[in-house]
Design a protein around this ligand. Structure first.
Ligand SMILES: Nc1nc2c(ncn2[C@@H]2O[C@H](COP(=O)(O)OP(=O)(O)OP(=O)(O)O)[C@@H](O)[C@H]2O)c(=O)[nH]1
Ligand SMILES: [Mg+2]
Length: 230
């Protein structure tokens, strides 16, 4: 089931019209445009429900939720618009940032946020990554939510995909980015990499189950700030 995520509507009283199930665990995927957020979500879903880029286009335009059951619990996986798209793109950065802020605020009126998943491509650790991490983890989530990193495009890393993290973790910590957990994956289903994709599916699911906190963190927001445009 795919549910287009919609912000809550306000009745004018203190009750929103629509409350998401309290018992689900809310997991937000964020990162640069093209990092592989939707591909990683598809790995977990075991399907192609989340639309993936074909070429150099921005694909995920708004937050979309994909419910999935893992180990008997229901997780709502939130796919979000990519950060870092220069102004004038399909979803400019200010809109993407505003959508993320709204998502965190809206979830604070239901179960809260249980886990953040930062998705990056293997390659250079960039200032843009540091900015996205700082803005979302520290800025929007007050450093109160566990955060894990999923590194995509690791199919060519030798001798195993995890080697990339061993070589690059220090660059993240030096830039002030630390994580509760990490995995290096191949989220692209090619002809000859079925075993890597299968391995990736297992480690990503495990990462989420292991690090999701049981009680979601809720941002203290004021109703009048809900329409905030950043
Ligand atoms: N080779 C390789 N390609 C990948 C991997 N993960 C994702 N891709 C490709 O990278 C491109 C972007 O992937 P998406 O999943 O659409 O990225 P996204 O972060 O959701 O992008 P936006 O929605 O535009 O922000 C697609 O062409 C994917 O097939 C990977 O592990 N290896
Ligand atoms: Mg996407």
């Amino acid at each position: 089931m795919i549910v287009r995520y919609q912000p809550f509507l306000w009745t004018g009283s203190n009750q929103p019209y629509r409350i998401l199930q309290q018992s689900v665990l809310n997991v937000i995927f964020f990162g640069e445009t093209g990092a592989g957020k939707s591909s990683v979500i598809n790995l977990i879903l075991g399907s192609d429900k989340a639309k993936v880029a074909d070429g150099q286009v921005v694909v995920t335009l708004e937050s979309t939720v994909y419910p999935v059951k893992l180990d008997g619990k229901t997780y709502n996986l939130y796919d979000t618009a990519g950060l870092g798209e220069p102004s004038g793109g399909t979803v400019d950065n200010a809109t993407a940032v505003g959508n993320l802020y709204r998502l965190v605020s809206d979830l604070s009126y239901s179960g809260g946020v249980n886990l953040l998943v930062f998705v990056v491509c293997c390659g250079r650790v960039t200032g843009a990554m540091r900015k996205s991490y700082g803005l979302f983890y520290h800025g929007f989530c007050d450093s109160k939510v566990p955060i894990v990193i999923v590194v995509t495009r690791c199919e060519y890393v030798e001798p195993t995909m995890d080697r990339w993290w061993i070589d690059n973790e220090v660059s993240f910590t030096r830039d002030g980015m630390s994580f509760n957990g990490h995995v290096c994956v191949c989220a692209w289903k090619g002809r000859y990499n079925e075993d890597l994709v299968q391995e990736s599916e297992g480690v990503v699911k495990q990462l989420i189950v292991q690090h999701c906190m049981p009680n979601g963190w809720k941002k203290v927001c004021h109703p009048q700030s809900r329409g905030l445009e950043l």
